[in-house]
Write a protein that binds this ligand. Sequence first.
Ligand SMILES: *Cc1c(COP(=O)(O)O)cnc(C)c1O
Length: 388
Amino acid sequence: MSNFKFADRIAQLPPYLFAQIDKVKKEVAARGVDIISLGIGDPDLPTPDFIIDALHASAKKPVNHQYPDYEGLDEFREAVARWYNGRFGVELDSTNEIVNLIGSKEGIAHFAMAFTNPGDLNLVCTPHYPVYPIATSFCGGETKFLAQVEENDFLPNLDEISAEDWERAKSIYVNFPNNPTAAMATPEFFQKLVDRARETNTIIVHDAAYTEIYYDANKKPMSILETPGAKDVAIEFHSLSKTYNMTGWRVGMAVGNSQLIAGLGKIKTNVDSGCFQAVQEAAIIALDKGEPYVEENRKVYRERRDIMIAALKKAGIECRVPDATIYLWAKVPAGYTSADFVTKVMEEKGVVLTPGSGFGEPGEGYFRISLTVPSERLEEAAERIASL
Ligand SMILES: *Cc1c(COP(=O)(O)O)cnc(C)c1O
């Protein structure tokens, strides 16, 4: 009998956030309950037809059937540069400040391999997307968490990082608009972060997956690269996933400091062979022509947000009105932990929520709602939660 032991990096993984929830969910489903899942951050709306049509045309070209270049088509990187300039007023050199990704998660995970040595320290602002500390741990690095709490509008307090940690840290991971808290960075916050990072030679890894899902055109989320000096220290990860309902397509980009992009490129050229060119060509069309469709998406999410916020209020559940993302970050009623509350709502009401504690310790006392089901189902879910 063979008996293979997992490598330490796998054996040390924290328990999977949704494992326990999945188990309860299966039990509830087996009872025949009509389950409403507000648990997963995956848009339910389809990819717009014009993008699918573009993929269809591109898939028919034999040149696209061969290995792509790991860094992405020139035309893709030029489209990203155009889009960043149009949306954020940020100038990017498509030859060395942009790399194509097979989804931004791929890039975030691989980036740590390029700059994190065993024993290196990375700072992660939490609640957080799990891949940041996991990628660090896969490289033998150490993570220190920096809490993002409600009293500070869910922004990290950079003054809590000791001078010693600033000196020691290789990178700091930030994500705005934030999953799960929906917090948005202010220009002052980004400026302070960039200044500190430049003073201490620290890499800023900014995950910007949700900049296009905003609710108020007067409060558009920023790219960190809009901040003076950011290009000296920052790499920003972006993605077509949430913007154009393309999570399954696996296409994104990293942009920013050319040395950071080159490091990521060195890893990628050794471990993957790039993103299907037909997908990249469809992505170019999405970036160039997608804005009217994204605006329609925003309207849908805004309606859903308002329905759910009103329903939570009626149920006596506290929740800030988010200015961006597809999430609500709500307070667990008194007397429950996040996990208890989420388990009870699922067992008794068949509504799947995500416990805030799954995103890190400061998430305890909160739960996340994904606005990824139609309004009628959201209303139904809200009624069920209120009747608990
Ligand atoms: C959805 C999401 C992404 C995007 O991931 P892709 O790999 O590009 O699909 C990145 N970061 C966060 C925080 C997300 O929630």
